[in-house]
Design a protein around this ligand. Structure first.
Ligand code: SF4
Length: 180
């Protein structure tokens, strides 16, 4: 797939039937935020709220992501968020290898066309999809294929384990120079 523009790519995604998830998803969940972001967050997969609305991170985890964005002191135009796959897996299970592979070209094209300064992987699924499992430690930033890539806790993980919030703040503070 060679898309010349983000608009063209984002018009193609809703027509995709490359994996069985299109049969059970209500709609594709494509992107929230800027078309020219400094920071690109990559989450896991759409959940129930996202499937219903077509908007990534619109439920409880979205509220926590907003808090992360506030803590990072990012303006509205400075960030965007996408998921590793665009259709909700049934019962909110993790996407499997075949689904990640089927959706990978959309992920790669979105990253290329959004062209962020920093990519933030939210959780292990994003890491697995983008650079392979176990590549980065929590809070670790590395240059990978010419991009700065930082791995943070997924917002949903902070809902269930609130003791991780101060640690997440430390990771952000340690890497703040990447975007400020
Ligand atoms: S998850 Fe990705 S590859 Fe699978 S149908 Fe949806 S858009 Fe296509």
């Amino acid at each position: 797939m060679n898309c010349v523009s983000l608009e063209e790519l984002e018009k193609q995604i809703p027509t995709c039937t490359s994996c069985p998830l299109h049969e059970t998803a209500t709609q594709k969940v494509i992107r929230k935020g800027s078309e020219n972001p400094k920071i690109l967050f990559i989450g896991e997969a759409p959940g129930k709220n996202e499937d219903e609305t077509g908007v990534p991170f619109c439920g409880r985890a979205g509220k926590v992501l907003d808090q992360i964005i506030d803590y990072m002191r990012l303006d509205e135009q400075e960030w965007a968020v996408i998921n590793t796959i665009k259709c909700r897996p049934p019962n909110n299970r993790n996407p499997n290898k075949k689904e990640l592979q089927a959706c990978r070209s959309f992920l790669e094209n979105q990253i290329e066309l959004l062209d962020p300064k920093v990519i933030i992987l939210l959780g292990n699924t994003a890491e697995t999809a983008f650079v392979g499992k176990g590549t980065l430690g929590w809070g670790e930033c590395r240059e990978i294929d010419g991009s700065k890539v930082l791995k943070l806790y997924h917002p949903a993980a902070l809902i269930y384990t609130r003791s991780r919030i101060p640690e997440q703040h430390q990771f952000i503070d340690a890497n703040r120079k990447l975007w400020e």
